[in-house]
Write a protein that binds this ligand. Structure first.
Ligand code: SOE
Length: 398
């Protein structure tokens, strides 16, 4: 039986920074992509970097990396790494990504691109400079690569919805609804930039723009922090668990963020990002109404896209539940027979597949750092609007 991929396929040596939730799912993607898709380059999981020698060594062995390295600087400096995958909290993205690009490494960076617009601008400038030398960068708005989301974009682009009028987008989680849920880095503005807004609101900004092909041109925002102090739990970074200490620390980010937006086409949208929606675990709920029909999607039923065609006979018209598991659907052919379904991790694998193919062909991957910067500007405007008592803010055309 021949090896897959063939050992003669040129290598793409990858270095990962960070090995918590995102590092683990990215590791899975690097491991899996070449086994299910034909890739022009063979990802080699060269090394993972972290701060704690014992913990990063253990992560390397568990997640399948050849070596572990203490400190991202040593990873970026290595000659035997072609791509740096940044899976750390937002406050470190700019420093690591810019150093990697300057060292001639391709970069995949987790979302949101940065914690501030200034950082995102510097990263975009570095990416544009590197691109001139064939060094490419992508930001990980991974949900774009869920097959049902790709199909939604296709239907809109094909004109099946007509003119887009309204967008309804909610990203709902519940992991901090309990006031005793511990502080994690995601609740610290100095590490995460913002709260629900940047962590999950960024995804629905990207998704609605991706599906409609439009950009947000203005927003008005309202954010709230319901629980202002929480138990400190040393080293806690996950999405569940309980505080182990009596010491309490401040929550410095938004718990929930709402905003209205206007798109370049004139369509209007409502957006909601919260981690206080008891019972909703990872519910990305999107609904798009056009002049000729509607689309609806819920990540908690991620293999399904609902489509209503307003041109059908009213007597039998209704939302059609499209099971997006046919081999004709985007990415699906590489996986299981129709009806068997994909999960959260598959979109990360698709992200790696597209990135590797773009690197091999010298094509700018999407979403680019410039796309990440544009989302960052929306996040920033929502926070500024909310702080100013919910005033309308126009966004620069980009
Ligand atoms: C936590 O809210 C989180 O892990 C986000 O950081 C991810 O981007 C999202 O995909 C799942 O939830």
């Amino acid at each position: 039986m021949p090896d897959h991929p063939s050992p003669t396929t040129p290598e793409l040596a990858v270095g990962l920074v960070g090995y918590a939730f995102m590092g683990a799912v990215h590791s899975h993607a690097w491991r899996t992509a070449p086994r299910f898709f034909d890739l022009p380059l063979r990802p080699r999981m060269r090394a993972v970097a972290g701060r704690d020698a014992a913990a990063v060594a253990q992560a390397a062995s568990k997640l399948g990396w050849e070596e572990s390295v203490v400190g991202w600087q040593d990873l970026v400096a290595r000659d035997d790494v072609d791509l740096v995958d940044v899976c750390t909290p937002g406050n470190t993205h700019a420093e690591i990504a810019i150093a990697a690009l300057e060292a001639g490494k391709h970069v995949l960076c987790e979302k949101p691109l940065a914690n501030t617009v200034a950082e995102a601008e510097a990263m975009t400038a570095a990416a544009e400079k590197a691109a001139a030398n064939g060094v490419l960068a992508m930001v990980g708005f991974t949900y774009r690569r869920v097959p049902a989301i790709q199909l939604a974009r296709q239907l809109v682009a094909d004109g099946r919805l007509g003119e887009i009028r309204q967008v309804r987008a909610r990203y709902l989680q519940d992991w901090i609804s309990d006031p005793e849920a511990p502080l994690s880095w995601r609740l610290d503005a100095s590490l995460a930039g913002s709260g629900a807004l940047g962590d999950i609101g960024a995804h629905i900004i990207d998704l609605t723009q991706f599906i409609t092909g439009e950009r947000l041109t203005g927003v008005v925002g309202l954010t709230e922090t319901f629980v202002k102090e929480r138990p400190v739990a040393e080293g806690f970074s996950g999405l569940s668990g309980t505080g182990s200490s009596t010491e309490r620390g401040p929550v410095t980010v938004d718990d929930a963020a709402l905003f209205l937006g206007r798109f370049s086409s004139g369509a209007i949208g409502t957006f909601e990002a919260t981690r206080f929606a008891w019972g909703r675990k990872n519910a990305i709920q999107l609904e798009i109404n056009g002049s000729k029909g509607s689309l609806a999607f819920d990540f908690e039923d991620m293999n399904v896209l609902q489509y209503f065609d307003a041109e059908e006979d009213a007597v039998t018209a209704g939302f059609r539940r499209i099971l997006v598991t046919e081999p004709q659907h985007p990415y699906v052919e590489a996986w299981w027979p129709a009806g068997h379904g994909l999960g959260y991790e598959h979109a990360f694998t698709h992200q790696v597949v597209d990135l590797v193919r773009d690197i091999a062909s010298g094509t700018q991957p999407t979403p680019s750092f410039a796309d990440g910067l544009q989302v960052q500007r929306v996040l920033d405007a929502v926070l500024r609007s909310s702080a100013a008592g919910s005033t309308w803010l126009d966004l620069p055309a980009s």
